[in-house]
Write a protein that binds this ligand. Structure first.
Ligand code: GAP
Length: 440
């Protein structure tokens, strides 16, 4: 098998498509944009939601051993003191005394050379820059009112561990899953939505008997790798990479990344970490609460160990966009098509009256009403039909249903397949069945 290569040109194509088709917009664009924050437009919000839904389905709905949680974003300093984030969640920053540029020391090719001006030996001593956003709660500013925006969703699962254990009737091995926003004051955000200061995570903490953590670590690495493949990521564009010891986070005794071949090279999509009993132990010590599991059978109390698959929802949606992007020449014209798995496609079906003539609109809306309860449908009656097909191809809609003048006579529509562009004539009373065979 030949090694796949990164495609740097794809980056601009996706950024342009995102803007043109309402997938992702620069945030606060009318005010010149707010660096490194993005808004998901009408198409992007559906894609992102589908990515999260697929994750939730595989991690919670399809499992008897995982329950969900939606914890608060704001939290008191005690949580982050216990977790180690106040002390350790920082990047080493250096300033160039020649050109005043600021860099992350750990990201430099040569730690002595400034990539901005090229001068050597001009860096200041590294300073630790904490990545957490701090604000204050209530009308009084000061130490007692300090709160933090969570930099990971994970701590919610640890802080609520006993509440979930006592109310869910689960016992180890079992997991708590959460999807939600996290915030990091990244020094070097960039690469579009890859690294932003506000982003969404999909994390699950899987609590296991201490002796079983190696087994579950292997299990979750494989499960999570397979999830991306099942949703259509090409096998040669995705890999698992075990961290070297010097890459490990302060809490981890083993971490593997699921990596995707982004336009700039291999980079992280998700980390699967063996966090041991670090977090529960820390919260037990700092809160003074009894945080442990009572194993009735063995008549023993122990602190579960934790395996954590931690993915980024926004980053994953971006990777699926990149993986789905395709161009092909059709009749001397280049067709852009997003070959998204139908489960991820923003719209499953587009209903298109052939012409804008009033005579077709009521029937086309009838078809839209027939399909809308089951599938997310688009309705579009502007422009020539060819241009409307191309628009749907560009946003990855698997099927276009065209209502034409014959429909008024034969109660049948033309169904066009996104990938093959093949067309079938299907009667309206068989349309649901036809689509159900081909759509999730
Ligand atoms: N609880 C562990 C944890 O948060 P992480 O590797 O720092 O681990 C997990 O984050 C995932 O969250 C990453 O693999 C990535 O997909 C996503 N992520 C982290 N920082 C991000 C950022 N600044 N912008 C977008 N996604 C980010």
């Amino acid at each position: 098998m030949t090694e796949p290569t990164a495609d740097p040109e794809l980056f601009d194509k996706i950024v342009n498509l995102s803007k043109r088709r309402g997938i992702v917009f620069q945030s606060a664009e009318i005010y010149g944009g707010f660096r490194s924050t993005y808004d998901y437009g009408p198409i992007g919000v559906l894609l992102l939601r589908n990515v999260k839904d697929q994750w939730w389905k595989s991690m919670v709905q399809m499992r008897h051993d995982v329950v969900g949680l939606d914890a608060a974003i704001l939290s008191p300093p005690q949580v982050w003191e216990a977790s180690g984030h106040l002390a350790n969640f920082s990047d080493p920053l250096v300033d160039c005394t020649n050109c005043n540029a600021r860099h992350r020391l750990d990201k430099l090719d040569d730690p002595n050379v400034c990539p901005t001006c090229g001068s050597s030996g001009t860096f200041t001593e590294p300073r630790a820059f904490n990545l957490m956003f701090k604000t204050h709660a209530g009308p009084v500013e000061g130490a007692g009112a300090e709160v933090y925006l969570r930099p990971e969703t994970a701590q919610g699962m640890f802080v609520d561990f006993m509440n979930v254990l006592n109310t869910s009737r689960k016992k180890p091995p079992f997991g708590i899953a959460q999807i939600g926003k996290s915030f990091r004051n990244e020094i070097t955000p960039g690469n579009f939505v890859f690294r932003t200061r506000e982003f969404e995570q999909m994390e699950m903490e899987y609590f296991v008997p201490p002796g079983d953590s190696a087994h579950w670590y292997e299990y979750w690495k494989n499960e999570r790798h397979q999830w991306y493949l099942d949703l259509g990521m090409p096998e040669d564009m995705i890999r698992l990479r075990e961290h070297d010891d010097d890459e490990l986070s302060h809490y981890s005794s083993g971490t593997a990344d699921v990596e995707y071949l982004f336009p700039w090279g291999w980079d992280e999509l998700e980390g699967i970490a063996n966090r041991g009993d670090y977090d529960l132990n820390q919260h037990k010590e700092h809160s003074g609460e009894r945080i442990e599991y009572f194993d009735q059978q063995a008549n023993e109390r122990w602190i579960p160990h934790v395996i954590e698959p931690a993915a980024g929802a926004t980053r994953t949606a971006f990777a699926f966009l990149l993986a789905a992007y395709d161009e092909e020449v059709v009749n001397d014209d280049t067709r852009t098509v997003l070959r998204l798995d139908p489960r991820l496609a923003p719209y499953k079906v587009a209903v298109l009256p052939l012409s804008k003539k009033d005579t077709l609109t009521p029937t086309a809306l009838e078809v839209f009403d027939q399909l809308k309860t089951r599938w997310m449908c688009d309705y579009d009656e502007t422009q020539a039909i060819g241009r409307r097909y191309r628009r749907q191809d560009e946003i990855g809609t698997p099927f276009c249903v065209t209502v034409d003048f014959d429909t008024l006579e034969d109660r049948a529509v033309t169904v066009r397949d996104r990938d093959s562009m093949g067309q079938d004539r299907v009667s309206l009373d068989q349309l649901d069945g036809y689509l159900a065979e081909r759509l999730p």
